[in-house]
Ligand binder design. Structure first.
Ligand code: SF4
Length: 204
């Protein structure tokens, strides 16, 4: 399959769920993310298989407006900490923190102004959510309407899965035709890393 390294994150982001695409786009736009955005995104990247070394390269290159010195002083430690390379108690050492589930992202630390973490289906206004989906290439009226209804019923996962099914329709059909689609593949995605994994596998 495609390599997973610091240089391939832009290309891989087509497989990311909306929460992580939003973080990625904001990082590229502002060359910065605030604390919880960095944490949510770092743990996700760790979960897709990005090594600590590549994750540090990724962040260092992404934060274009700061010096190496500032990066090393203010940001390097937290990335290493997330990977379990430094700090933490004995149980976390060498392992670090687990990537956040949708449940955690949906319920903890709602984003404030200027923050890009969280779940867009949950934390964006209806108009902003539609605009974001359109930015990622989703212009289908039925899908946008379906998402709106899901969100109104607070069925955020369902909205996210609706978008997954729509954006992967051809690949899902192919997998079904080839018999490589199992019953478990119909399960609702409830973790950003599962979303990535399924999308990545369908394409590779
Ligand atoms: Fe991310 Fe989960 Fe929200 Fe989808 S439902 S955008 S994977 S937090």
């Amino acid at each position: 399959g495609a390599p997973i390294n610091a240089a391939s994150i832009d290309a891989l982001s087509q497989h990311f769920p909306l929460c992580m695409r939003n973080l990625h786009m904001n990082l590229r736009k502002n060359s910065h993310l605030k604390h919880f955005g960095r944490l949510q995104y770092t743990l996700f990247l760790k979960g897709i298989g990005l090594t600590l070394e590549d994750c540090l390269i990724f962040w260092r290159q992404a934060f274009k407006l700061i010096t190496d010195d500032t990066f090393n002083k203010e940001y390097r430690y937290n990335v290493r900490h997330a990977y379990g390379d430094v700090g933490g108690d004995a149980t976390r050492r060498g392992r670090g923190y687990s990537p956040f589930s949708c449940q955690k992202i949906l319920t903890e630390h709602p984003p404030g102004s200027g923050e890009s973490h969280g779940c867009p289906y949950r934390h964006f206004s209806g108009d902003n959510l539609t605009t974001l989906l359109q930015t990622t290439g989703i212009n289908d009226r039925d899908v946008l309407k379906g998402v709106k209804e899901d969100v109104e019923k607070k069925r955020y996962h369902i909205a996210c899965n609706r978008v997954f099914d729509f954006t992967h329709a051809a690949e899902i059909k192919k997998a079904k035709d080839e018999g490589s689609w199992s019953a478990g593949d119909n399960e609702t995605l409830v973790h950003p890393n599962t979303y990535f994994k399924k999308s990545f596998m369908l394409a590779n």
